[in-house]
Write a protein that binds this ligand. Structure first.
Ligand SMILES: Nc1nc2c(ncn2[C@@H]2O[C@H](COP(=O)(O)OP(=O)(O)OP(=O)(O)O)[C@@H](O)[C@H]2O)c(=O)[nH]1
Ligand SMILES: [Mg+2]
Length: 281
């Protein structure tokens, strides 16, 4: 196993430089974290670039995260960030909340413009975050149209794009950016399980070992109800039981590869239940 997991496609270093260059011309930052692993969603490279710019933090994909943990994460992150909200961006109701929050973010700017005797200018907000966290979906929600491309794969947005929402807002979509390398293999595994890093960065078995461990410790009922696993013991025994229950066989033995794909897909799609990978202690 390599000491460091390298993951840094060329377009990400370009994107980071572009984000840095734009900081001066945007009024506020909206930073998205995946509610299932907020801590691993924080990219220190982005944090350095943003510095003290006014910022809204949004925990996305709350429909897939554990509600109790999401609440705890909002409380915890509220110690470090001025405003933290949590959203399911697939729901149209997110639009009203976002519009209100973006409007609130522009308060200082509007006051400043007023004092200077200027006509209020649109608030320019830059949306940043790791790949696949929902940046383009967020923009489409406020814009009420498919203005930004959305795909369920990391690194879909390749270049910056300004989207004019109305006379009050202009939003800048940016490509997802990750740290250059991961010294912590668990962090890379979590991001791969969420779909923010290409799954093939680590062997699928490593991802599944991590996921089964989480299920065993935090959500054992999901293994029982979804896969009818009776013996919650070691990794192999659990995976074999999944193969047996789902009829995943190859040449007379259990087809572990299919079971791994099944497990990862069921987690990602929420079929296993609402589960958070990183717990607030
Ligand atoms: N269940 C759920 N899915 C979401 C949510 N937000 C976004 N998605 C899905 O996540 C996937 C990625 O969304 P995008 O908006 O393309 O993410 P992005 O951050 O722009 O990704 P990059 O451009 O790759 O950096 C899409 O399949 C979205 O439909 C959410 O709140 N809940
Ligand atoms: Mg995008």
């Amino acid at each position: 196993m390599p000491a460091q997991i390298h993951w840094f496609p060329g377009h990400m270093s370009k994107a980071l430089k572009e984000i840095e260059g734009r900081i001066k011309v945007v009024d506020v930052i909206i930073e998205l974290f995946d509610a299932r692993a907020p801590f691993s969603s924080i990219n220190e490279d982005l944090e350095k670039v943003i510095k003290n710019k006014k910022r809204l933090v949004v925990l996305t994909k709350v429909d897939l995260a554990d509600d109790v943990q999401t609440k705890k994460w909002i409380d915890k992150l509220s110690n470090d960030y001025e405003k933290v909200i949590a959203l399911d961006l697939t729901k149209p109701s997110a639009e009203k909340i976002i519009s209100q929050e973006v409007y609130n973010l522009g308060e200082d700017k509007r006051e400043k413009d007023k004092k200077r005797g200027l006509k209020p200018q649109p608030i320019r907000a830059m949306i940043i975050g790791i790949p696949n966290v929902g940046k383009s979906s967020f923009i489409n929600r406020v814009a009420k149209r498919s203005a930004a491309g959305v795909q369920n794969k990391p690194g879909y947005t390749r270049g910056e794009q300004w989207i004019k929402v109305n006379k009050d807002f202009e939003l800048l979509d940016t490509p997802g950016v990750l740290p250059m390398a991961y010294e912590n293999k668990n962090k890379a595994a979590k991001l791969a399980i969420l779909g923010s890093i290409r799954e093939d960065i680590l062997p699928k078995t490593d991802l599944c070992i991590y996921l089964i461990d989480l299920l065993k410790n935090k959500y054992p009922d999901a293994l029982r109800t979804r896969f009818e696993v009776e013996e919650i013991t070691d990794y192999e025994t659990i995976m074999n039981q999944i193969c047996k229950r789902r009829g995943l066989l190859k040449a007379g033995s259990y087809d572990l590869e299919r079971a791994e794909n099944l497990l990862l897909n069921e987690y990602k799609s929420g079929k296993l239940g609402k589960m958070t990978l990183e717990w607030v202690l």
